[in-house]
Write a protein that binds this ligand. Structure first.
Ligand SMILES: [Zn+2]
Length: 270
């Protein structure tokens, strides 16, 4: 079975979840990691994972959801959530330098603090790094995130650059630190990504959808869901000159390897 290593399906109306899980299972997606974006949202991710054997949770505060640097109380709450049995990754955390992104100091401090929580619970980190499109200079999100990942020796925890859209030179730096690269449906439309998709080693590729309620798409049937994972696998297979079934075997194996001691939790679903 495939694993969707990053989605936000707990943000869908509760009455839609059983159908989303069934559509995923019909597409051979046997496990879905649903990532919290705030402390309260992380609790919702855990609550959903508690009710569905194929759903597992990530906890974390997304960089664009910060309204201040995380306080001692926030960190204590996240730490408690990270210890829940349904939690298999520290996610979604990271650095985001788009227009109107929150204060860079809050982001850096919070990324540090959440890597430290992950370390206390033996959780891999699934992180987001996004540049402001026309500002690739000064202290870019890439430089800031790489320096934090190095300072904290986060490579020891393992994890993945989620929804990766960067060039090969950036992917190479993350791979050298010990992280995986996770591909999503964007691979089908961003041709610049193909070099990274072709060169990332077999044992370092993961799949995800980043599925969340896409209210801006009027046609509900067009919303991205975990059932779309095979589309990403097919595109990767073409770029890498292999089969979708080989991509399935590799990425599931890589995901379980990334989870370390938490892999047994997910194996029950596959
Ligand atoms: Zn996400």
């Amino acid at each position: 079975m495939f694993i969707d290593t990053h989605a936000h399906i707990h943000q869908h109306p509760t009455d839609e979840i059983a159908d989303i899980v069934e559509r995923a299972a019909n597409a051979h997606v046997g496990a879905i990691f649903t990532a919290g974006t705030t402390i309260d949202d992380s609790q919702l991710a855990i609550d959903l994972a508690t009710g569905f054997p194929s759903i597992f949770a990530g906890v974390g505060v997304h960089p664009t959801d910060l309204t201040r640097s995380l306080t001692a109380d926030d960190i204590a709450r996240l730490n408690a959530l990270a210890g829940s049995p349904q939690v298999v990754v520290m996610s979604e955390i990271g650095i985001d330098h788009q227009d109107r992104s929150p204060d860079m100091i809050w982001q850096a401090e919070s990324f540090h603090a959440q890597i430290s929580i992950a370390r206390q619970h033996g959780l891999p980190i699934v992180f987001h790094i996004r540049e402001q499109a026309d500002d690739y200079d000064a202290r870019s999100a890439r430089d800031v995130s790489l320096s934090i990942l190095k300072e904290t020796n986060a490579g020891e925890l393992g994890g993945t650059a989620h929804y990766f859209q960067g060039r090969w030179d950036f992917a190479k730096e993350l791979l050298d630190l010990g992280f995986n690269i996770s591909f999503a449906k964007t691979l089908a439309r961003i041709t610049d990504l193909e070099e990274t998709a072709a060169k990332t080693p077999d044992d370092r590729i993961l799949l995800e959808t980043d599925a969340y309620p896409q209210m801006f798409k009027k046609n509900r049937a067009k919303w991205t869901e975990p059932r779309d994972i095979p589309l990403v696998a097919e595109k990767l297979a073409i770029v890498r000159g292999t089969s979708s079934s080989a991509i399935k075997d590799l990425t599931t194996k890589n995901t379980l390897a990334m989870l370390g001691e938490h892999a047994t939790t997910v194996l029950t679903a596959l």
